[in-house]
Design a binder for this molecule. Structure first.
Ligand code: 2X7
Ligand code: FE2
Length: 296
């Protein structure tokens, strides 16, 4: 394969299903009166930037496809089914219909395996694709006219320590980059996790009643701002160094590895990221952030 492929953008693309619910797309059964505009408008700005780029595939690492042994990759050309959020079935009942770039998925899988990671191609045609993958892909590219590569969250190394778990994810990210370069594909990478992850404990009667939507602990807010500042300043090595403490102190969904995978894939950006939005969903911190290696 020719060495012409590249990552044209990396995105922190969080997946609260509330954001899809709020947009009322035809694929989702639930209807809403809106809500979470700041994050949704951030996704709109991101989509405008990406529309100016040429790319043929989205690669997404999702916290809600949890695998205990090894990093798994979607390995079937087409999936069509209903995805229901287990915690918010009232908000997210989404009829998905998506294509997979199986050739690229196999290439990333093989590259990760040759780096010593445990991997597996997922070949079950009846597999229900997780809502993290679907939500992030929908919000970034709702047309669904490009294939995806789906990567699971194999976070068992985080049981040993956040540092060891993160080292695995960085190695997976570096393998992803090598595979993209060898494949000739132009790819956009999506890290699907939220930041701080302290939830509220009671859902309001109207889920989109924004009077209830705010951060519930000031320390969580300060940590989220610190991470975003490091991203804006292009200090991603430092960000990765501080991530184990961030995960510990904010019960962060970054523990599922998506953001660390992205940092490895982008080779720890030393150029500024564009923070399109920050906002809470059920009290968790979420940011839409774009790294553009071409502009850098
Ligand atoms: O999965 C999620 C999440 N990460 C954050 C907020 C709300 C719901 O679901
Ligand atoms: Fe989540």
């Amino acid at each position: 394969m020719a060495q012409t492929g590249k990552i044209v953008a990396g995105v922190l693309a969080p997946h609260p299903p509330h954001l899809v619910y709020a947009e009322n797309p035809p694929q989702n059964e639930a209807r809403s009166e809106g809500g979470w505009e700041e994050l949704r408008w951030g996704y709109e700005r991101l989509r405008r930037n990406l529309a100016r780029k040429e790319y043929e595939v989205l690669i997404v690492h999702s916290p809600h496809w949890k695998t205990v042994v090894g990093h798994h990759f979607l390995g079937v050309r087409h999936f069509k089914s209903l995805s229901v959020d287990p915690v918010f079935p009232n908000l997210f009942r989404y009829h998905f219909d998506l294509d997979v770039d199986v050739e690229l998925a196999e290439a990333v899988c093989a590259e990760a395996e040759s780096a010593g990671l445990v991997t597996k191609m997922m070949r079950n045609p009846d597999f229900r694709v997780d809502y993290g993958t679907i939500t992030s892909c929908h919000l970034v590219h709702p047309a669904w006219d490009k294939p995806i590569v789906g990567i699971s969250s194999n976070s068992d190394f985080y049981y040993f320590s956040n540092e060891v778990g993160q080292a695995q994810m960085i190695a997976l990210g570096e393998a992803t980059r090598r595979a993209v370069e060898k494949s000739g594909r132009r790819a956009v990478l999506l890290a699907s996790n939220s930041l701080s992850h302290r939830h509220f404990t009671e859902e309001p009667e109207v889920p989109e009643d924004m009077a209830h939507e705010h951060i519930y602990h000031h320390g969580q807010y300060l940590w989220d701002m610190r991470l975003l500042q490091l991203m804006k300043e292009g200090k991603c090595r430092q960000l990765v160094d501080e991530m184990p403490d961030f995960i510990e102190q904010t019960v962060s969904e970054a523990r599922e590895g998506s953001l660390s995978w992205l940092m490895g894939a982008l080779a720890f950006p030393d150029y500024p990221a564009e923070v399109h939005a920050y906002g809470t969903v059920i009290g968790t911190g979420n940011a839409v952030v774009e790294w553009d290696p071409e502009r850098a």
